[in-house]
Design a protein around this ligand. Structure first.
Ligand code: KQY
Length: 367
């Protein structure tokens, strides 16, 4: 593995869309006592279901701390590789490398700086050193060269791309004070375009209500094809999400992508609001000085937080009346892929969902 200090765009590298062909997927095993209730038992079952669904069509590698290795190996089938690697928590989307490819089928990674969604300003835990080292370790594991972008704070869940020159993100997250406070919006935009080999950034203002990541894009809006997005939608005018989604819709409907296409917007309904219960809060161990979950706290549930595997869409379900409706909408969009819905409340309690716990590796030729 070589560490590169050049600019990906100048080297001919760009981030492919998630619906492009994958080599595999990385997942990090849940363990942290303030994220995963009651020793992470239910979370581990949900993570295993996600890993199994993805492994039907791509190679899944699960990374796990020493202490939980035996449990992970026991719970996961043989076709899923389990490797010991230290982490602080389990959000592969945010701190596994962002992978890029070039036109010759070669791939490279990006090592952004990770500061637990806002560092000492409004981050969610401290320390985050093990998470921050994972991108480099993962590239070393696969012998993939990696761009050093440690002067820029970014999580993978805060960007989506169409693989044809367009990036979408939210201002609430990327312009937040806990990430790159000394950079202007224009400078951040240039950095994204240079790193991801893109020509255009579409900025939405906000994401999902009460999303503790400062409102990552991957919970509110995602590309499903060139020129097409899904957007989390809410019809209830009394719900704070109503205005937030409407504002996103207004921006998207006036925008064009990097190739000048108008965007087709598919609305994906939200589940009814989901709140933490006392029982769930009692199952978490809270660390002094860090944000905690509270009873009746609204969780940032969204069907948009799905993973696109080679032959399926792995989407969350919440035992909600909109589970079936959301599944049908995705089936109509992804006609050639199976739609696998996994009950995801036990992932949601940790603060994210299926997209947040996965990171795809684009298809590449092994040497
Ligand atoms: O990317 C995510 N949505 C993960 C957020 C986890 C926050 C820690 N509880």
């Amino acid at each position: 593995m070589k560490i590169l200090n050049s600019i990906p765009k100048n080297d001919g590298y760009y981030m492919p869309a998630e619906y492009d062909k994958h080599y595999g997927c990385i997942i990090i095993w849940p363990e942290r006592a303030d994220s995963w209730q009651y020793g992470a038992v239910k979370a581990r079952k949900a993570f295993s279901e996600v890993a199994k669904a993805i492994s039907k069509s791509e190679k899944v590698t699960v990374l796990v701390n020493y202490e939980a290795y035996d449990t992970a190996r026991e719970m996961l089938p043989e076709n899923i590789r389990v490797i010991e690697m230290s982490s602080n928590d389990s959000w592969a989307r945010d701190y596994a490398p962002t992978f890029l490819k070039n036109d010759k089928g070669k791939i490279r990674g990006i090592d952004w700086y990770f500061n637990a969604w806002g560092g000492l300003y409004d981050g969610l835990y401290f320390p985050w050193d093990k998470d921050n080292k994972m991108a480099k370790k993962i590239c070393d594991l696969y012998d993939i060269d990696i761009y050093n972008m440690s002067n820029f704070v970014l999580e993978g869940g805060s960007i989506h791309v169409d693989g044809e020159g367009t990036i979408i993100t939210t201002e609430a997250c990327l312009l937040s004070k806990g990430r790159n406070p000394n950079m202007s919006k224009t400078e951040i935009e240039e950095k994204l375009k240079n790193c991801l080999g893109a020509q255009k950034v579409i900025w939405l203002k906000r994401g999902i209500y009460n999303d503790e990541t400062n409102e990552h894009i991957d919970n509110i809006c995602a590309f499903v094809a060139p020129g097409e997005v899904v957007l989390a939608w809410c019809d209830d005018k009394n719900d704070p999400q109503y205005k937030m989604s409407k504002e996103c819709f207004n921006i998207l409907s006036k925008e064009t992508d990097a190739k000048g296409r108008k965007l087709k917007i598919h609305k994906l309904p939200q589940p009814e609001p989901i709140y933490m219960t006392k029982h769930e809060c009692d199952g978490l161990i809270n660390f002094e000085g860090e944000p905690t979950r509270t009873e009746t706290e609204r969780l940032a549930a969204s069907y948009v937080n799905f993973y696109i595997s080679n032959n399926a869409i792995i989407m969350p379900g919440f035992n909600d009346k909109n589970d079936i409706k959301a599944k049908e909408i995705l089936k109509n969009i992804f006609k050639d892929r199976e739609i696998i819905q996994i009950y995801a409340r036990d992932i949601l309690i940790g603060g994210g969902n299926i997209h947040c716990i996965t990171q795809q590796i684009p298809y590449f030729k092994e040497t």
